[in-house]
Design a binder for this molecule. Structure first.
Ligand SMILES: Nc1nc2c(ncn2[C@@H]2O[C@H](COP(=O)(O)OP(=O)(O)OP(=O)(O)O)[C@@H](O)[C@H]2O)c(=O)[nH]1
Length: 399
């Protein structure tokens, strides 16, 4: 280091502690606005950002306060904060936390601090063991993140690389001490190893927390976007999404000279289910029906709920005969097997209208309207029926 440079580790630790605490408070303030699913993760992260500064402050008191506090408690708190960060990532990705792989290194930190800090004082052994155990916790956190994060989502690198860098620095310190124990004669010894550990170690939680905040924000945005496109009850697309996707599919079909079919599916006498079994059973019937219909479809068909008990299937690259065959398969499935609503078996039939993209269709709504008309024709013809719109080639599959 240049002779003009001054660096003092306790000050760096206090600044790091203050920054971590402040960003933890920011996170606490936004915790209420994150989606419910992310809230437990945010809570663990807030715990980490409150506990870690306490550990850092205790380290600055070394020499002036008893070793059980400045060594054992300080290390236990910092290692606990690392465990809490890792648990936060576990929760963020929805996995139930299995603390065992995190508890073991935390216990090593505590036991190593007690043994080589209080009972048989040995700075080198203590720093090596504590550094390696803490590095293991951080590596576990980074692994959790990289196992679950979406590949296209680059944001998680901010958190993942912060974990990996902090773990790497601690492992590097252990390596240097093993090779050359004389390098560190006290915790505040000024050399590149200690400066890296405490200066970078104080900055990384702040960087990681910013990354975590942005991850939470992105998750909120994605969930809002999803909520705007998905039917809350049945989890298939809602009307708005279907109209958007339908228009897009129609344009693609035109561009590539391919066909596009729609099925408009309506449950017959659905009102009777509500009237006889109650509204909750009616809701369940809608959910079970969506599952059934989905099971009958190809991977690139899209299913949506237009409202009430009316559904639509968008079938790319499908001609009239194939669409009618698919509709017939769905109708027959319902006709053959009653829906299971709790303990009740309830026979439900379907009326299905089929329409295929015609040269005259300018808007997706026109195609959908023809499907809807065909569905009503099936209703008027006695229900439990598939009818194709005349412009798609009239087909009546009355059994
Ligand atoms: N449980 C439940 N019922 C709904 C929901 N949306 C609409 N409904 C009910 O669905 C029923 C639809 O009744 P109708 O339009 O008369 O149709 P239907 O009884 O199926 O008769 P057809 O279509 O002519 O065979 C109404 O009673 C609505 O209250 C929903 O989300 N959940």
């Amino acid at each position: 280091m240049s002779p003009d440079w001054q660096f003092d580790i306790p000050s760096a630790l206090l600044v790091g502690a203050l920054l971590t605490l402040l960003i933890g408070l920011v996170l606490m303030a936004v915790a209420r606005s994150v989606p419910d699913a992310v809230r437990p993760a945010v809570r663990w992260w807030v715990v980490a950002t409150l506990v870690q500064p306490a550990g850092f402050v205790l380290i600055t008191l070394r020499g002036g306060a008893p070793a059980w506090a400045t060594v054992v408690l300080a290390n236990a708190l910092i290692a606990f904060a690392f465990v809490a960060y890792a648990l936060a990532l576990h929760r963020f990705f929805g996995s139930r936390a299995r603390p065992a792989p995190l508890l073991a290194p935390w216990l090593v930190v505590v036991a190593g601090s007690v043994w080589w800090g209080l009972l048989v004082p040995d700075l080198t052994a203590r720093l090596v063991v504590v550094s390696l155990a803490m590095a293991a916790i951080l590596a576990y956190g980074a692994r959790t993140l990289y196992r679950h994060a979406h590949r296209r989502d680059r944001l998680h690198h901010v958190v993942g690389l912060s974990f990996a860098a902090a773990g790497g620095i601690l492992a590097y310190r252990a390596g240097v001490l093993l090779v050359d124990p004389a390098r560190v004669t006290g915790v505040f010894t000024l050399n590149h190893v200690q400066i890296l550990t405490y200066a970078v170690g104080g900055i990384l939680p702040v960087v990681a927390t910013v990354g975590f905040l942005l991850m939470g924000n992105e998750r909120s945005a994605r969930e809002l976007e999803r909520a705007a496109r998905v039917d809350y009850l049945t989890d298939c697309y809602n009307r708005r999404a279907i109209e958007e996707l339908g228009a897009r599919m129609m344009a693609a079909a035109r561009r590539h000279g391919m066909s596009l079919a729609v099925l408009v599916i309506d449950l017959d006498h659905f009102k009777r289910i509500n009237d006889e079994l109650g509204h909750a059973a009616g809701d369940e019937a809608l959910v079970r029906s969506v599952e059934r219909i989905r099971d009958c479809l190809r991977a690139d068909d899209l299913l949506g709920r237009l409202g009430g008990e009316e559904f639509v299937v968008l079938m790319p690259n499908t001609d009239s005969a194939s669409a009618v065959a698919a509709a017939e398969r769905i109708r027959e499935n319902f006709n053959a097997l009653p829906l299971v609503l709790g303990d009740v078996l309830r026979p439900v039939t379907l009326s299905i209208g089929v329409a295929v993209l015609a040269p005259a269709d300018r808007l997706f709504s026109q195609l959908l309207q023809r499907g809807d008309r065909a569905m009503y024709a099936a209703k008027n013809a006695g229900r439990n029926l598939v009818i194709a719109d005349p412009m798609s080639g009239w087909v009546d599959t009355r059994p």
